[in-house]
Design a protein around this ligand. Structure first.
Ligand SMILES: [Zn+2]
Length: 855
């Protein structure tokens, strides 16, 4: 979206859909001209109520001509990205010729010049409202149409689109007509892309990446194709409709803002997924999950599309749930639910506890800009978690039957949440309206707390689960919950002795019944449920609430179990159980209930023996964030040293050349202050056996040296000369911004605030290196400048690019009351850009927690 420009409102979309039916688009692009623009010719055929008026969406650099039913339109008909169309006939043909601008923000038609070889690459990313930057359109999800694309490109380029190639004549590429698609799902790639093809079950497969990545794509192709095949097969088993969109092409493109985008027939991924350096198995797992996630969208999102953006969450929640599930069921990555439990859910819960929290299913998304703001951890992670809970509640068979009924009823059309709930209710025989109200229409997260009484014989006298709601959000929810009993065996290992499933209802007899909404003036609601099945059972060493991670809630263990965590956690054999315990522990530290010092002690005790690499990576990442923000300048060095020691021990224990070794090395590089050791690794001295100090690891080492003042600009330049790639360029930008000199900070800040010639991705990398916990004095003057100058930055950048820069540039290590005062001052500004407002509200809430934790 163009910030500050009018975005389509729901009322306008509803109105336009009542007068129009779009039959098809013929889009003809000429990409051969030089300069910053390309030529676009669109023919749209559509039916309308005769005599009515409407508008098309169009954001050209130059409108060359427009005709409606053969009659030229006055250029003045274009105003504010809208082309007014009046006097419509029953059948209409709109022809628009325009010059359109390439983008460098990952939106519209993005153009990238590869520093490795000077080659130019294009890709289209239309979500949310990019289509008007590429072709004239009626851009809203419920005006689906068939698209026929043709492209003229330089002769040595390859062009691909949603549909199969129809023909090629030199630089002229034509494509077959697509099935009905929403405008935001139209895409193409163009450039000297390297391609690998395959076929599966009648579906043509293709993989694309830049030429500079060709050897890496070739090395990864077998795994990518295998996962694609496994997921296609699994979806064919689960869903009645087979994959409908012809070819299944996957393009890996540069400077992409998201993980991937589910364009039918041509999914676009960020090309960081084509590895040029060693990666951990959890990174491969993430890639497999993303492949499965995007494929889920082919049915949910692409075949059946939300009618309006207020159901955008449903697309993402569904794809996140199905992607995690199908990756676990069909690929070698069987532990994706562990990853989900330890990292993904924390993302959702953090978003859900901020002042900007909103229901999973918001009912008031007035325009596309608001839709973008709601595109967060609540849409993805909480929504997916809630769907997992729904499946536990209604059963898998009913869930799948309801889905298939939904697909059959709305294929190639649009549907709403109400349509899906109706299908699921029919299939399950249960009325889901109360469930949906409590889980989907109300914000925030409940806390489940175990209270345990043990008698003299060592048996449970009672086990009670108390559900509570936070102040201002007095909603309690029905939970289907697993409760695991863990004991230490004589051989030292900790195993699950048993597990019960219990239903917590939203209102127990004698509880303060939930009622009202935010601001009804009542205190927090609570309800207690006695787990009668456990009464009289021998008390376990550790009683784990939410064993199996079926529900979405904050978990607090009983005192006896909490005491056992430091001893049990390193010995527990179940990775999902460890993930649930770690997530609860980290959450308690985030909430200030447990000190960072205790966390790093647990990290030192448990992490060196941790076998699941995703737990290692997530715990290290979170521990590092908490140390950097919650520890004071006085306590931080010691806390960081414990993290470094944990990594060092893990490094010594991990098998050579494996994922744990790499995760440990990365953690150590980021935490250590032993610069001679890091320098040695760069020079090949004392490198742990099996650890590849490859291009990416070299950059990580150099970055740490730069932050610590042990390497300078000349070394950054030398490293970029050695690795003159797109990735190298981003690392170099981050390193330059991290240099501890006033001149380097000034230069980086100027880029962040005013440089639009450089791509959003490089600006984001620059912002990512700017603030360092070690450089508080050097950057102190920029804290107030953030709040003074960010509104101007939002004027010169668009949508997602602007948001990412605003987040990356936030002074998050300036943990002082003044930072909050500046934030309050900016938030008091009338007409503050809504994306910036949301960013500041969220970051300021993290600042509040950090200040509280520091005491
Ligand atoms: Zn998605």
């Amino acid at each position: 979206m163009m910030v500050g420009m009018p975005s389509l409102t729901r009322a306008e979309a509803v109105q336009r859909a009542t007068v129009l039916t779009v039959d098809g688009y013929a889009i003809d692009l000429d990409l051969t001209g030089g300069g910053d623009t390309f030529r676009s010719r669109t023919v749209v055929r559509f039916a309308a109520e005769p005599g009515t008026a409407t508008f098309a969406d169009l954001e050209p650099a130059e409108l060359i001509s427009a005709t409606l039913n053969g009659v030229p339109l006055d250029p003045a008909a274009l105003s504010g990205e809208r082309l007014a169309l009046t006097g419509l006939a029953a059948r209409n043909e709109l022809v628009v010729e325009a010059r359109m601008a390439y983008s460098n923000t990952g939106e519209g038609l993005h153009r990238f010049v590869d520093p490795a070889d000077g080659c130019t690459y294009l890709y289209a990313h239309m979500f949310l409202d990019g289509p008007r930057r590429v072709f004239a359109c009626f851009d809203q999800p419920d005006l689906k149409a068939r698209f026929t694309l043709s492209v003229t490109a330089p002769e040595d380029w390859l062009v691909a689109g949603n549909a199969a190639h129809a023909g090629r004549d030199g630089g002229r590429w034509t494509f077959t007509e697509t099935l009905p698609l929403s405008t935001y799902l139209v895409t193409l790639i163009a450039g000297p892309y390297h391609v690998r093809t395959a076929e599966h079950d009648g579906v043509p497969l293709a993989l694309y990446a830049r030429k500079a990545l060709a050897p890496y794509l070739d090395a990864e192709a077998d795994e990518l194709v295998a996962i694609t095949r496994q997921c296609l097969d699994r979806y064919a088993e689960l869903f009645d409709v087979r994959y409908p969109f012809g070819p299944y092409q996957q393009a890996f493109v540069p400077e992409f803002n998201f993980g991937a985008m589910e364009n039918p027939g041509l999914v676009i991924f960020r090309d960081e997924f084509i590895y040029r350096s060693a990666v951990t198995d959890s990174e491969r797992e993430t890639r497999a999950t993303v492949i499965a996630h995007e494929m889920a969208h082919m049915w949910f999102g692409d075949l059946v599309t939300m009618a309006w953006w207020d159901d955008l969450w449903l697309n993402e929640s569904f794809a996140e749930y199905m992607g995690t599930r199908v990756a676990a069921e069909a690929t070698r990555f069987t532990d994706t639910w562990t990853t989900f439990a330890v990292g993904e859910k924390a993302w959702g819960m953090r978003a859900d506890q901020r002042p900007s929290t909103h229901p999973v299913a918001p009912s008031d998304v007035a325009d596309t800009q608001l839709a973008l703001l709601n595109f967060d951890g609540i849409s993805y992670a909480k929504g997916a978690s809630v769907l997992k809970q729904l499946v536990a509640w209604v059963g898998d068979e009913a869930f799948l039957a309801g889905l298939n009924e939904h697909f059959a009823a709305h294929a190639y059309g649009n549907a709403t949440l109400a349509d899906l709930l109706a299908a699921l209710s029919r299939a399950s025989g249960r009325d889901l309206s109360t469930w949906a109200e409590l889980w989907l229409r109300r914000a925030q997260v409940n806390t489940l707390r175990a209270e345990v009484r043990v008698d003299d014989a060592g048996r449970y006298a009672s086990v009670v689960v108390e559900q509570s709601a936070p102040a201002g959000y007095p909603t309690l929810r029905p939970h289907r919950l697993g409760i695991g009993l863990y004991d230490q065996r004589p051989d030292g290992t900790v195993v699950r002795r048993g597990r019960v499933e219990a239903d917590l209802s939203a209102a127990e007899p004698g509880s303060s019944a939930p009622s009202g909404g935010p601001g009804d003036g009542r205190g927090p609601a609570t309800a207690r449920t006695e787990i009668t099945a456990l009464a009289g059972e021998p008390a376990a060493g550790l009683l784990l609430l939410n064993d199996g991670d079926l529900t979405y809630a904050k978990i607090r263990l009983d005192a006896r179990s909490a005491e056992a965590v430091p001893m049990f956690l390193p010995l527990l054999d179940d990775s999902l159980a460890r993930a649930v315990i770690w997530a609860a522990t980290l959450d308690a530290v985030v909430d200030g209930e447990q000190p960072v010092a205790g966390l790093v002690t647990l990290v030192l005790a448990a992490l060196p023996v941790e076998t699941d690499v995703v737990i290692i990576e997530d715990v290290l990442k979170m521990a590092r964030t908490l140390v950097d923000r919650y520890a004071t300048p006085e306590t931080r060095p010691a806390a960081l040293e414990l993290v470094a020691q944990a990594c060092d021990r893990l490094l010594a224990a991990a098998p050579a050349g494996g994922s744990r070794q790499l995760a440990a090395a990365r953690g150590l590089i980021g935490a250590t202050v032993d610069t001679p050791r890091l320098r040695g690794w760069l020079d090949g001295d004392d490198v742990p056996a099996g650890l590849a100090v490859d291009a990416d690891l070299r950059w990580l080492i150099l970055y740490r040296l730069v932050v610590l003042g042990a390497a300078g600009r000349a070394e950054i330049d030398a490293e970029f000369a050695r690795d003159h790639s797109a990735t190298g360029e981003q690392f170099a930008a981050r390193c330059r911004a991290a240099l501890p000199s006033a001149e380097a900070k000034q230069r980086a800040w100027d880029m962040i605030i005013s440089d639009t010639a450089t791509s959003s991705r490089l600006i984001e990398a620059t912002a990512g290196g700017f603030w360092q916990p070690e450089q508080g004095a050097l950057t102190a003057a920029y804290v107030s400048r953030y709040f003074a100058e960010m509104p101007g930055m939002m004027e010169i950048r668009t949508g997602m690019g602007a948001e990412r820069v605003a987040v990356a540039a936030y002074p998050r290590y300036a943990v002082h009351p003044e930072t909050r005062e500046y934030a309050a001052g900016l938030l008091a500004t009338p007409d503050l850009n809504s994306i910036l407002r949301r960013t500041v509200i969220d970051e300021d809430d993290d600042m509040r927690r950090a200040l509280q934790a520091r005491g």
